[in-house]
Design a protein around this ligand. Structure first.
Ligand code: HEM
Length: 300
């Protein structure tokens, strides 16, 4: 993860001081995708370096095919293999992989861009994030350890507050297999589908005093302890909640930590100009349009 974030920083360097607003998304997406492929499947895709452009085919050849066939000698003969259910399963594995890796990468990349857009709009919070990083790393450039990640409390508040305002998976659904009592008066009948929009709870004035305002202090330990655990549900919850939530937090913290220690970010795109739309994930209309400035000495 450290390495992927560093490659991304190197690739973005030349935009520093150009005064031109840049679309950050391609950089963050390829960094997330490469990290996910490497961490989850041990496959080095290097899309950041312009390789592995046809991701599905790369994975198709390298992982599931290799493993399935390796342990079954009779699968070595193609004309037999093609007729087997294993071949069909392998195809499905690849489709699932494509979804898994693409969605996992897009969610974290989109969220990182939303976070930087929030920080670009709030220079005071951006400096606070930097201060926290400086207190952990000083002027060193060493790799980030799990201990360091635990210390990034303010950055985590910023990530959560961004996910509150922009829940990148904007809806999910549940099918009720039996009558399910929700409250004293409401029963979800068997067979019904419940669609959940985190936006409703994330912008509820009873839970968040000023729901439209970006305020990382909404996520201090104290405030969180006093709120219902499903008041904030960007990763959903229960048995089918996001299995990648911890991984997502670790990659976002790692990437943003390295980014924010190198660059200061600004934008002409104001909060009120942000228009989102729902695709598979929540997206921002138009490019991300942010400017980069290099922090000369670390503490500047
Ligand atoms: C900011 C980042 C992310 C957010 C906000 C997010 C959010 C979600 C949400 C809301 C769901 C739907 C769960 C439901 O139906 O209740 C989900 C499912 C899932 N997520 Fe994530 N996700 C993120 C990153 C990731 C990453 C990095 C991975 C992979 C490492 C991942 C893997 C999955 C998988 C496999 C499911 C399906 C789980 C199932 O159906 O049992 N997600 N995610």
């Amino acid at each position: 993860m450290n390495e992927r974030a560093r490659i991304m920083i190197q690739k973005m360097q030349h935009h520093c001081g150009s005064g031109v607003e840049v679309d950050f998304y391609p950089y963050f997406f390829t960094a997330s995708f490469d990290t996910l492929c490497e961490a989850s499947f041990g496959v080095q895709v290097d899309s950041q370096l312009g390789r592995g452009r046809d991701w599905a085919q790369v994975i198709f050849r390298v992982t599931p095919l290799f493993m399935e066939r390796l342990f079954a000698a009779w699968f070595y003969m193609g004309y037999i293999y093609e007729k087997t259910s294993a071949a069909k399963k392998m195809k499905k594995d690849c489709d699932d992989f494509r979804e898994f890796s693409k969605n996992g990468s897009e969610t974290t990349a989109q969220t990182n861009c939303f976070i930087l857009l929030m920080l670009a709009n709030h220079p005071d919070y951006q400096e606070k994030v930097f201060e926290e990083q400086y207190n952990i790393f000083g002027d060193t450039d060493r790799p980030i350890t799990p201990d360091d990640l635990d210390k990034m409390e303010y950055l985590e508040q910023v990530i959560k507050e961004t996910l509150r305002l922009f829940p990148v998976v904007p809806m999910f659904a549940r099918h009720a297999e039996e009558d399910t009592k929700l409250t004293q008066n409401y029963v979800l009948p068997a067979g019904a589908t419940a669609v959940i929009y985190p936006f409703f709870t994330h912008y509820d004035t009873e839970l968040w005093p000023e729901p439209n305002k970006f305020n990382p202090d909404n996520f201090t330990a104290e405030k969180m302890a006093n709120r219902h655990k499903y008041a904030f549900l960007p990763f959903s919850g229960g048995a089918r909640g996001c299995i990648g939530n911890k991984f997502a937090m670790i990659t976002m913290k790692t990437t943003l930590s390295i980014f924010i220690r190198q660059f200061r970010v600004s934008t002409t795109k104001k909060l009120e100009d942000i228009e989102v739309y729902m695709d598979l994930v929540l997206r921002c209309k138009g490019d991300w349009n942010m400017k980069l400035e290099r922090r000369i000495n670390q503490k500047s």
